[in-house]
Design a protein around this ligand. Sequence first.
Ligand code: ZN
Length: 503
Amino acid sequence: MKKSYPELIRRLHEIHDLRSAAALLEWDEQVCMPPKGNGARAKQTALLATLAHERQADPGLGECLDGCSRDPKLSASQKALVREARRDYDKAVKIPGDLVHEISETSVKAHAVWVEARKKSSFRLFAPLLSRLVSLKKEEAEALGYPEGGVPYDALLDQFEPGATVRELDPVFKRTRDITIAAIRSIAESRRKPDVRILRRRYSPERQEKLGRLILDYMHYDLTAGRLDRSVHPFTTGIDVQDVRITTRYEERWLPGGLFGTIHEAGHALYEQALPLAHSGTPLAEALSMGFHESQSRLWENQIGRSFAFWKFLFPRLRRLFTDTMAGVGLDDFYLAINAVRPSLIRVEADEVTYNLHIIVRYELEQALFARAIPVKDLPALWNSKMKEYLGVVPRNDAEGVLQDIHWSSAGFGYFPTYLLGNLYAAQWMATLRRDFPDLDRRLARGDLQTVKKWLNDKIHRHGRRYPASELCRRVSGETLNPEYFGKYLRAKYGPLYGVSWS
Ligand code: ZN
C-alpha cells in the first residue's frame, strides 16, 4: 500500500492543496488585503512554502515513485503522471535545503533594493545583490545538472521551459531577430502613421470593465469557475482547475492597457480552466511550460484580439459603450492605432513586432552572465548597446534600461525566453488553426470565438503535462517549433496594414 499508485496520488494532492492555499493567499494579498496585513501574511506564505517543499522532497514520495515505476498495470496517462511527478521530486531533492533558503532570503532583500534602485535609477545600488543572486543560481544550476555538452544556464531554462537548451534556442532566437528587424525596417518606411491619440482619450474605467466582461463572455471564460478583479499588476492564478482567477487594471487615458491586458490574462485562464479535471491536484493537470502558457495569452491578445476580423465584430459595440469618446473614429483608424509599431524602451509597453527584440537582449545577457563571460557591473553598458543595435533606441538612465523588470530581483533567470517562445508558438498554432478552419476570419467577424477556444482546449489544454513540449508541438502542428510561422504572420498582417512588403 505504502508504495502504491493511490498513495502517490494522496501525497501529490497534499502538495497541491498546500500550494493552492498559498496561491489563494497571494491572490488575496494582491487584490484585497489591507496594507497592515503584510507581516502576518509573510509568515503564513513562508510556512506553507516550507510545508509544501518538505512534502515535495520527502523520501517517502521517492519510494512511492519507485514502486509505481515498477507497476506494470498502470495506464499510459498514469505512467505520464508518474514521469512528471518524478521530475518534480528529482528537482526538489537535488537542490540542498540551505541553498533554497538562501536564494529565497536573498531575493526578498534583492527585491526591496531593486525597488529602491529603480526609483533612484541607480544600478550600482542593485549590483551587489544581483551578483550574489547570480552566483547562488549558478550553484543551483550545478546542483540540478544539465545535459551533456550543455551549459549551466540550461538548468535554469529547464525550470520554466522543460527540455529547453541554449543549443536549441540559439538558432531560433537568431532567426527571430532577423525576421523582426526586417519587419521593423519595412514598417518604418511606410507613409501610414497610426494616430494613437485616439486611444488616449477619456475611457471611463467602469465602461472599460463592461467591455472586458463582454469579451470574457465571447471567449467563454467560465465565471462560475473564475473571477475578474483589479490589481496593480495584472495576473492569472490557477488555484484549482475549477477556480481560475484573473485580474486587470484600467487607465482612464490608455484604452489598450485594460482591454488587451484582460484578453491576455483570459487567454492564460482558458488554459488553466481546461486542464484535465480527472487529474486535478497532480502534475498532469498543470500547464506544460511557461512558453506554452504565454502562447495562449499572446494568441488571444494579439492574433485574435488585435485582428481586423475580430474588430469588425467588436467595433460597433465599442462605439456604443464610448459614444462621445469614439466620435469621429473609424474602424480602419482604430485598427491601425492598436497595431502601431514603434521601437521603444520598455518591454511591457512594446508592440507585438518589436517585443521579441526586448527578450533577445535579455536572453543574450543572461546567457553571458551564466557563462561567466561578463561581470554584473558591465550589464548597464551592454544593455544599452544591445538596445541601440537591435531597436535603435538608447535608455537615458538605468530605470528605463537594465532596471526595468522585476525578474532578476526575484532570481527568475531563464524566464524571459519563454515570452518569445510564446509568441512563436502562438503564430504556429494560429497557422494550424487557419488550416483547420479556412473560414476562421468569417467566424471571428461574427463574434464566434468558441471555435478558437474549443480548438485550443482539444489540441493543447486537455493534455496538461502529458507530452513533452516538442512532442505536443508536433501533435498540434505537424512539426517542431518553427520561427518561420511568426515571420509569415508578420508579413501577412503588417504588410497590407502599412502598405509595405519585405521577404
Ligand atoms: Zn502572460
